[in-house]
Design a protein around this ligand. Structure first.
Ligand code: NAP
Length: 263
């Protein structure tokens, strides 16, 4: 299937590793031109080189912290100057720390809010006006299965990520008539650095090995294995494409069947 992504201009943030990088890789494979960013200059250059090597995509690697509004402004301006427009925005960020309600200090709430929600709000504010002018756009939020099924020890993710689902649905309604489609993708347990961090945190909290924690997760997944980043990347590339032209306002999990609810 030709996704019709050749020459489309995509900004994929927080993409030096893991799910963001996998999204950039899949979009690159489909012929999109890419701007990527993370906070670590060497890491984002490495990721860009790897994707260029595998896909021949044109890539603009940039350094930006998505919690800093000035960085977002610069990131979007530099991308606009280089490509002349942004057709596809994939929002992402590092995950908030793994804690319980009792173990979360007051300042951690604001930090997680800025990281998870405000980064996406600020990116949309910067990118949407030029999408409106062209009457074409795709926005994809990378969130989490915690928006449908809260997880133990992930209070900040459970509480704050669900606001992204509200943002997704609201923006999809507000911009549908201008052909800007907004969707969320909800990774389940997927093998990235973030997952290694979470297994380590749980291993400390519970005094069992990281391998045992991972084996426990796998047991609770109907497909009996962790996800691969490219499995989320494939959905993102589809949602970003012409082929997803009547899909907006949805939250789609990629979780090997982990979420127990019907919807
Ligand atoms: N993997 C899973 O199983 C899973 C499941 C559900 C939800 N999620 C969520 O999905 C998101 C991505 O997860 P992942 O597994 O891909 O994480 P990851 O492997 O830790 O990668 C996170 C990426 O985000 C970048 N980043 C972090 N904070 C940033 C910031 N403030 N500004 C710009 N870039 C930033 C990191 O690069 P730098 O450090 O260089 O900035 C890195 O490239 C996270 O929010 C995570 O909680 C993951």
């Amino acid at each position: 299937m030709d996704l019709g992504l050749k020459g489309k201009r995509a900004l994929v943030v927080a993409s030096s590793h893991g799910l963001g990088k996998a999204a950039a890789m899949e979009l690159g494979r489909e012929g999109a031109r890419l701007a990527m960013c993370s906070r670590d200059p060497a890491a984002i250059e490495r990721a860009a080189d790897e994707i260029r090597g595998q896909t021949k995509a044109e890539i603009l690697p940039l350094v930006a912290d998505v919690t800093v509004s000035g960085d977002i402004e610069r990131l979007v301006n530099e991308t606009m100057m280089h490509f002349g427009g942004i057709d596809i925005l994939v929002t992402n960020a590092g995950g908030p720390p793994a804690t319980t309600f009792a173990g979360t200090p007051p300042e951690a709430w604001q930090k997680a809010f800025d990281l998870t929600l405000m980064s996406a709000v600020n990116l949309c504010r910067a990118v949407v006006p030029q999408m409106k002018q062209r009457r074409w756009g795709r926005i994809i939020f990378i969130t989490s299965i915690t928006v449908k099924q809260p997880a133990a020890n992930l209070i900040l993710s459970n509480v704050i990520r669900i606001s992204l689902s509200g943002l997704c649905k609201s923006l999809s309604n507000e911009f549908a008539a201008e052909n800007i489609l907004v969707n969320s993708v909800l990774p389940g347990y997927t093998l990235t650095e973030r997952l290694a961090e979470l297994s380590e945190a749980q291993s400390h909290q519970r005094g069992v090995s990281k391998d045992e924690i991972i084996a426990e997760w796998e047991k609770r997944i109907p497909m009996c294995r962790l996800g691969k980043p490219e499995e989320l990347g494939a959905l993102i590339a589809f949602l970003a494409s012409e082929r997803a032209s009547y899909i907006t306002g949805t939250c789609i999990q990629v979780d090997g069947g982990y979420i127990e609810g019907v919807y």
